[in-house]
Design a protein around this ligand. Structure first.
Ligand SMILES: Nc1nc2c(ncn2[C@@H]2O[C@H](COP(=O)(O)OP(=O)(O)O)[C@@H](O)[C@H]2O)c(=O)[nH]1
Ligand SMILES: [Mg+2]
Ligand SMILES: [Zn+2]
Length: 367
């Protein structure tokens, strides 16, 4: 870089650190509209700060700490830091650049690589803290589909939990795919029968699958042990960026390892061992499939939580309620006490299983 340019950059950075954001909280409030961020990056980004830079597009694949981001650029991984410009938003750093974000990295001062811009997101998946304010923690961004992993047994399948994941997927505008794993246990009636009735489990899985398929949500019956359903799953993962979610122990990591044996991600037993002291990552990680596309594993993230502000949206996004809801008498029908409710009518006619309606009430109650 020329001496003159250096000076100019320095001046810019001084000026920029003095920029006062009228309300810092605005950055936290990106829930359904990322336009603030888009504007800052695409419209307001002045040419001057990019002058003399060697910017390359990349993707954040892992966050090591508040300061270290692993970014994939042209198939290679670089440890990067946030530029001074982005660090102004230090308090929001975690939400500012997350796994899956598309970024521009400046290579001018290699081996120090700086993330200079973060592009606006197609979508994101967040979880919410407990307590009154339920602070948002973004898990990952730019996700094509979320693989809702459940197991038919061990742990027992819980359709109520599937509904919760489906609500979250709908709220965050991410396509869902349900994977019912451990199907091998169904054919193993002789095996120790902790949860009872393994022999009936296959028809149970098929019944659950039939219901969700009927309301338009794809379901695969798989087994990471026997390989059942794995070809179909691979076909659906190809060329997509998929985030695996689901209760711990349902076999997410086992499925990933089956499809990509080279990864050797630690499954249950090893993770437990690591809890005794070894460092394990609790963040999301983005990894490439050898058959193209990416996966996002979220080893330390226990469950999906919904935000209390989502409550008013659940009556429309709850799986299977659309397009019924269009025929409700009230636009903001909660399908409980209202008259002319199409959801309750479907329930009375047996078109909507009581179980699903009760699951809806439980989710509403919990928010
Ligand atoms: N029988 C059976 N066990 C499985 C299957 N998939 C995973 N497991 C076991 O379930 C446990 C939890 O698996 P893991 O992949 O760590 O689950 P995760 O917590 O969802 O990542 C491990 O003991 C696996 O060996 C399967 O398809 N069949
Ligand atoms: Mg795991
Ligand atoms: Zn209604």
């Amino acid at each position: 870089m020329k001496q003159k340019d250096k000076k100019k950059n320095k001046r810019n950075s001084v000026r920029l650190t003095q920029v006062i954001i009228p309300d810092d909280a605005i950055l936290d409030d990106l829930s359904f509209d990322e336009s603030y961020k888009c504007k800052r990056n695409e419209e307001r980004s002045v040419v001057s700060y990019k002058e003399g830079m060697d910017l390359k597009p990349g993707r954040i694949v892992e966050i090591k700490s508040n300061y270290a981001y692993i970014v994939e650029v042209d198939g290679l991984q670089y440890s990067c830091i946030l530029s001074g410009r982005l660090k102004q938003y230090r308090m929001q750093t975690k939400g500012l650049a997350v796994v899956g974000d598309k970024v521009d990295v400046d290579f001018t001062s290699a081996p120090v690589y700086r993330i200079e811009t973060v592009s606006s997101r197609k979508n994101k998946l967040s979880r919410f803290g407990t307590g009154t304010f339920q602070k948002e923690i973004i898990i990952a961004a730019n996700i094509d589909q979320v693989i809702i992993t459940v197991s038919i047994r061990k742990p027992m399948i819980k359709p109520g939990l599937i509904d919760r994941y489906l609500c979250a997927a709908a709220l965050f505008k991410i396509d869902p795919l349900i994977c019912i794993n451990k199907m091998d246990l169904c054919d193993n009636a002789a095996a120790e029968d902790v949860d009872g009735r393994f022999d009936a489990a296959r028809s149970e899985a098929e019944e659950i699958a039939a219901y969700y398929r009927q309301i338009g949500i794809p379901v695969l019956l798989v087994s990471a042990t026997t390989g059942e359903g794995m070809e179909d799953l691979q076909r659906r993962l190809k060329d997509q960026d998929s985030l695996f979610t689901g209760q711990s122990g349902t076999g997410k990591t086992s499925i990933i390892n089956y499809l990509e044996p080279g990864l050797k991600l630690p499954t249950a037993e090893i993770s437990n061992y690591n809890e005794k002291g070894k460092h394990t990552t609790t963040q999301a990680i983005l990894l490439p499939w050898s058959f193209s596309g990416h996966l996002i594993d979220t080893p330390g993230i226990k469950t999906i939580t919904l935000h209390q502000n989502h409550k008013s949206l659940i009556p429309t996004v709850f799986p299977g309620f659309h397009p019924l809801t269009d025929s409700c008498g009230f636009r903001d029908c909660t399908h409980t006490h209202e008259s002319h409710c199409a959801v309750k009518a479907a329930l009375d006619q047996g078109a909507l299983p009581l179980e699903r309606y009760l699951s809806y009430l439980r989710i509403m109650d919990s928010l």
